[in-house]
Design a protein around this ligand. Sequence first.
Ligand code: HEM
Length: 498
Amino acid sequence: MDNMDFSSFLNFNTVTVAIAVILLILLVSRSLQRPANVPPGPTGYPYVGCIHLLRNRNILEVFRELRGKYGEVFGLKIGPNFTVVINGVEALKEAFVKHADDFSDRPGGFLAEVVFKNKGIGFSSGENWKQNRTFSLSTLRSFGFGRRSLESRIQEEITAYLDVIEKQNGKPYNMKDMTVMAVSNVICSITFGSRFDYNDVKFKQLTSLFAENFRLSSVAGAAQAFPVVRHLPGDLFSVKRLVQNFEDIKEFINEQVIEHRNTLDKDNQRDFIDVFLLQQTKNGEENPVFDDLNLTTTVMNLFVAGTDTTATMIRWAILYIVHYKSVQDKLRQEILKVVGTSRLPSLADKPDMPYYGAFITEVFRMGNIVPLAVPHGAKKDIHFRGMVIPKGSFIIPNLDSVMTDPEVFENPDEFHPERFLGENGQLNGKEKIVMPFSLGRRACLGESLARMELYLFLTSLLQRFEFLPESPDKLPSFDATLGLARASKDYSCRIVKL
Ligand code: HEM
């Protein structure tokens, strides 16, 4: 390289470096800048945003502090995504009910696009979501007319579940896996037409694929917040594993769909898949809203959304009755008075059991199992309370802000079912404030089913068994882990036949 060449080479590199530095500064300042009028909140670092605020901290506590500092609607970057958190009963209703047109979409990204391919219900948006949700809701509601009722399907499962529990003979027992299997089997019965034996090899495969993906739910969160994680070589973060598991689950459901299609009889609609396939025939198979991918994804959504949540609630309820013997006694007295012991409790008994109503509401409040609901997304700039929520933002309905609000519930850290009862022993209306299923058009699609399952499982368990700690000095911990659901840590208890 002669002198001339060397100096132009130097110049070239200096210019390149200068441009790179300017671009970097622009990028950094852009990513730190808060566009005018967005909801207030802390500023973070480029790309990672305010992730440092969450390190080694409980995200719910951090959000409580930020609410105290910035008010009912605050915003912060979590990773590269701007996230707006909506708090308190009034702001939640105003956003998700009053302005439902703006606040009912899901964000794009890893879960919507890669895992669920913008199909099904849980992570799709727009017309596809609307039609699949309406169809699924009306199908679930119509079970009971002509087809086997939801109640009889749940009771069939409970009978098998109680037998397994009875066989433990009062020895310390961790109900977790068994409860997940039983609740998952209810979804099998609704979607595939029949339950599986707990030892069925295929059923075990299915439940272990779901169990692994529940364990990997933080991976899904990381891939959603940091898309780069997906493109790293190898599978250090198990993202590929998570996606493959979902593909295997879809394959399992697909086999069921093929079997159903081969034996379909419009005069004998056996289950959810049959009803969907008949709708598909009516609408023409090429209609993308009723295609096979929507069917398999919707069924998968029902399993994902309806298994861990309900099973986690059952475990929180048992944990509380192990701790609070007087609550357990009152519940049992009510069951014995209204139902007796000669038959299983039925939904017709529920209106006569206000103490159960108060108890389950308090478990919903304290268990707080989906405290940040599921993220919504802004498909365009949203104008709200004089602020702008920019297009592409994540929007979090902070349900925890209601459950633990001392302005709404006196001594919110105390477990006290009576707070929901009036002097006449009936529910006092405060139960309506507790919103574990979120609110607005995206509110949980399975609320009625979940409430039915919780009532039938818990009253049947209490009717037959007494729940005791492993030993008097070993009460289960109230510590929780926050994954897909806010779950109690594993615990065992003694379940003694009455
Ligand atoms: C105790 C049990 C349950 C709780 C606490 C619960 C709670 C929730 C919450 C908080 C959401 C998010 C709502 C939002 O985006 O604002 C949700 C969504 C959903 N849940 Fe549940 N859920 C439970 C059981 C079930 C069951 C049994 C099913 C059905 C089998 C189900 C199906 C769904 C579906 C499909 C969605 C997505 C709805 C949509 O995006 O339109 N859930 N649930």
